[in-house]
Design a protein around this ligand. Sequence first.
Ligand code: GTP
Ligand code: MG
Length: 238
Amino acid sequence: MSPEVKKNDPQNAPKKPVGKLARPLKVTAQAPVTVGGYKITSVEFVKSAVSLNGLPKERLPQVAFLGRSNVGKSSLMNALMGRKNFVKVSSTPGKTHELNFFKVNKEFFLVDLPGVGFAKVSNSKRDEMSDFIREYVEKCKDLKGLVYLVDIRHGGHDIDIETVESIRETGCPVLLIASKRDKVNQSELAKGLKLIQENFDLEEKPLCVSSIKKTGLDQLWNDILYAISRKNEEKEER
Ligand SMILES: Nc1nc2c(ncn2[C@@H]2O[C@H](COP(=O)(O)OP(=O)(O)OP(=O)(O)O)[C@@H](O)[C@H]2O)c(=O)[nH]1
Ligand SMILES: [Mg+2]
């Protein structure tokens, strides 16, 4: 006689998978959202890469986000995609050591890059990461532009200025953006924008965004979509 199976006995419940995933693989958010006038019907985490061999095989335009650790890259990507905690926001700065690819509307990738020059990372690890980022910027043909974030309160450190210069040398368009708009008042904002304009030799004052207050996202989406479309047109002409 087989033992009676008790329906509500937790011991008979289906086993949950064991193991810890850093983030869910292949997640497609279903509900469409409109952020800054841009409608997002799907966002999907595709993969992480630690070398050029690990880049997504799918040939779609890419726009990457770079800047010092803690400047707000991941938060800004979440805000742009209208998702909370989709891109990992670090409680400990400098935790991101890989490139993370997020597919938007099945049309292009937004790429979260490791923080630039984080002090707690060893020199060799830092060199390794910056070499990889440089190699990616130089060699990835699908990379249409790079959004470089500078905290509006800091105006840009030497490492930011050096990094932006070296990216410009590769010919990759750099869109300089000031982050954390909500942390400053009007006069600090004006000073910060002027300083960033001077430090990075910009023709105009940069856009300042806040991921918390969701300000500046309409302009930023415009700029990102323009970068994607402009380079595609140029490519077709060749
Ligand atoms: N007040 C304010 N805080 C922000 C804003 N954006 C990000 N933060 C905070 O800044 C901290 C760092 O944000 P992240 O988005 O993880 O920064 P990151 O540049 O991705 O950092 P790394 O992954 O370490 O390179 C978090 O505590 C965020 O909540 C903003 O617009 N305003
Ligand atoms: Mg991050």
